[in-house]
Design a protein around this ligand. Sequence first.
Ligand code: PAN
Ligand code: ZN
Length: 202
Amino acid sequence: MKPVVSGNMVTKPFFVGWDPKDAVMDDPDNHIERYLDKLTRMWIDPDAAKRHLKKKGNPLVYEVYEKEIPQRDGEIQFCSSITHPGKIGTEYFMTKGHFHKRRDTAEIYYCLKGRGFMLMEREDGEHYLLEMRPGRTVYVPGDFAHRSINAGDEPLISLAVYPGDAGHDYGSIETSGFRYVVVEKDGRPEMIENPRYGRMLE
Ligand code: PAN
Ligand code: ZN
């Protein structure tokens, strides 16, 4: 019996297993994979991304396993968000980041594995960088764009939970970027101003 929903039909009760060893959901409906060759413009040094592709190949930067839940008010979306370890130049592997289409919707990230950060930034410039580590839940309020950053040497894995009708808006982050980025300096993570802020597509 397939214990899940389909499309926009009535939601039926279901469960998912959560592999306690690799901390990722079993039996997802969708698996989204983001490889470096499709993410070359999101770094402070896009040429470093191109050099990486030439010399070291095309790594999987992050991936998401999710159940397919109707995108409507009252439902709850949830997924495994996995950001792999690595760097482009000095900048840690990270997700594209997005606002929610319905801007006032919040999200929680329950970190299960790895080390890193949640970078959050509102349109007016208010921003926060919170450390993610196993056992910690980060609350991302509505109106904040958010991005996971892996500053460790194993996958950064979280259970992300957000409202059914939140949706994703990638456009403004793709174009403008975040005002701040996290790089490795003297072996440690450091938040610096994004030198390409406002012109990520150039
Ligand atoms: C997460 C993210 C996931 C991948 O489920 O979608 O971490 O990051 P991007 O969506 O920025 O590529 C979430 O925040 N959902 O709303
Ligand atoms: Zn989100």
